[in-house]
Design a protein around this ligand. Structure first.
Ligand code: PGA
Length: 254
């Protein structure tokens, strides 16, 4: 079993938390997690809180991520946010292709691949999300769908860039529903993702890539999920909005 990959647990706050609430939350996390060395801890606040949160965590073991970015560099793209601007706040990670953006903003794999290229060009690490709908799972199409999302979203990335990329497997039916994939279901898809990465790149590269699970991760199911051989971390939504819950997920995963 190859588990020398360091766990990465990220909190996706989605469209939640005013600046004051965001600061409260990270102060709690700093207090609860200051001793943790075994996990890369990332928080992904909304854009409007990045500046203040960045200042608050500067000397801590908590790293900053964004929830999205433009595929373009600076220029005439009203309402968009360039990677360069995220870098001003010491953002290191960026979630790309979250299922909510795939669904509501109609983001395609091709667009996600462009964003991933732009992220790497700015030395940001993309967290690329993939995952099937319930109807896909019920039709036995999980692997086909996830493989196609990987092929499309990683198009053009070199193996060196892939090593700086995190994959998040988030079954859409498990997001925000309280319905978690069982650890066996998660492991099965994570292993198939790693096999696909080996196919697209090579075995050695695939072995090193960190693959997070996301979808109703809670303190009570984190340990079991993280103990699976191909599960290297978590992308946490709802439970990341509360300092105690997020800290418990991290502490229970170690
Ligand atoms: P959830 O969200 O933990 O609330 O299910 C996960 C995500 O959307 O990243």
């Amino acid at each position: 079993m190859d588990k020398d990959r360091k766990l990465i647990i990220a909190g996706n706050w989605k469209m939640n938390k005013t600046v004051a609430e965001a600061l409260d939350l990270v102060k709690g996390l700093k207090r609860d997690l200051s001793q943790v060395k075994e996990v890369d801890i990332v928080v992904c606040p909304p854009f409007t809180a990045l500046s203040e949160v960045s200042r608050e965590i500067i000397d801590s073991n908590i790293r900053l991520g964004a929830q999205n970015m433009s595929e373009h560099s600076v220029g005439a793209y009203t309402g968009e946010t360039a990677a360069e601007f995220l870098k001003e706040f010491l953002v290191r990670y960026v979630i790309l292709g979250h299922s909510e953006r795939r669904q509501y903003q109609k983001e395609s794999d091709a667009l996600i691949a462009k964003k991933a290229a732009a992220a790497h060009a700015a030395s940001l690490r993309p967290i690329i999300c993939v995952g099937e709908l319930l109807e896909h799972r019920e039709a036995g199409q999980t692997q086909t769908i996830v493989d196609a999302q990987l092929t499309g979203s990683l198009a053009g990335l070199s193996s060196v860039q892939l090593l700086e990329t995190i994959i998040a497997y988030e079954p859409v039916w498990a997001i925000g529903t309280g319905k978690t994939a069982t650890s066996e279901q998660a492991q099965e898809v994570h292993a198939s993702i790693r096999a696909k990465l080996a196919d697209l790149y090579d075995d050695n590269t695939a072995r090193q890539v960190r693959i997070q699970y996301g979808g109703s991760v809670k303190p009570g199911n984190a340990r079991e999920l993280m103990s699976q051989p191909d599960v290297d971390g978590a992308l946490v939504g709802g439970a990341a909005l509360d300092a105690r819950n997020f800290s418990d997920i991290i502490n229970n995963s170690i």
